[in-house]
Ligand binder design. Sequence first.
Ligand code: NAD
Length: 382
Amino acid sequence: FSTGAPITATLFPGDGIGPEIAESVKQIFTAAQIPIEWEEHFVGKEVDPRTQSFLTWESLESVRRNKVGLKGPMATPIGKGHRSLNLTLRKELNLYANVRPCFSLPGYKTRYDDVDLVTIRENTEGEYSGLEHQVVRGVVESIKIITRQASLRVAEHAFQYAKAHGRKRVSAIHKANIMQKTDGLFLKCCREVAEKYPEITYEEVVIDNCCMMLVKNPALFDVLVMPNLYGDIISDLCAGLIGGLGLTPSCNIGEGGIALAEAVHGSAPDIAGKEELWEMSESCCGMSSGGGWVRCWNLVDWRNKHRNSSLNVEFGDAKNMANPTALLLSAVTMLRHLELNDKADQVQNAVLKTIAEGKYRTIDLGGKSSTTDFTNAICDNL
Ligand code: NAD
């Protein structure tokens, strides 16, 4: 960026609501004059034998070449003979750490106002090694792998992150009282790395106690580092503390300096490609001015309420219900990785201001705005 040349970043719009929210990110990046050129790659319709997945070799090469990218949600295709898309990305690009900043959004009220923590999840091993088999009928075995190399690598990233972001404390989350060998090794590695960072407080918290502490007082935590499965669960718990998966960004860090930012939610097939529906009053449903839709505040509530009614409601394939915030804030983590901090602040502040003002909010946040209206409001606030 210092040379003024645009930076090329890979963009996977993904499935379901992915293309809609990716469009929103592109619009806001253009409005903010961010010097990123997107190289778009789509999930293939057939399995690529070189990756054994619906992701093509060319897509993976694009991330390896650009070293930076943004990923929308990808639906997991059902069937045999191919690898999960997310697993393919993690394994092929060696995305060893998943970093999720989680902070209370000003003006969006949840049970807590003071959440400001970061979960760092080991992303390559643990229970996710895919080593499961049947021993005899009625007995199956799943193998949890913890290695010194992967544990040291993720612990190092957690401490480096804490140092770079002025964080004070790293908590290693574990169950070493029961899983003495596996989680024991993970803790040993964290302790080793902690010794190199005396300015950062290091503590160890058993996972069950961690869950209780998080829901009682999330302000007790700063940076949390943990093995794969615990990270999967704890990071979603933390997303719940601030309002849900539609708001939570993440970034995957890989070998060789790769950063692939991604929204943590899925492809939301229940709202993908749907016009928002509005209910005019408790008893009376009206037609929207535009396309002849019956409009309702909440699709699921509306369907339940009118299940037996004679109203003829059409659900078409217009779009516009998805909340692009998680993908946008993920794109902000990508900008920070590129040290485009001014641009990152500009976009983040515009998103937070729009949510705090409350005039334009998407339906999942209790608002009535379409993706387009919310996106335009963010552009106005840039
Ligand atoms: P989901 O996250 O897609 O949806 C859960 C609920 O949250 C739905 O009601 C959905 O409408 C809502 N939601 C999610 N994101 C939203 C957004 N941005 N704005 C508004 N509402 C939003 O979870 P699911 O239904 O279990 O999964 C659907 C598909 O996505 C599956 O194929 C799954 O494998 C895949 N998935 C992918 C990823 C990923 O790519 N990282 C993560 C989770 C699930």
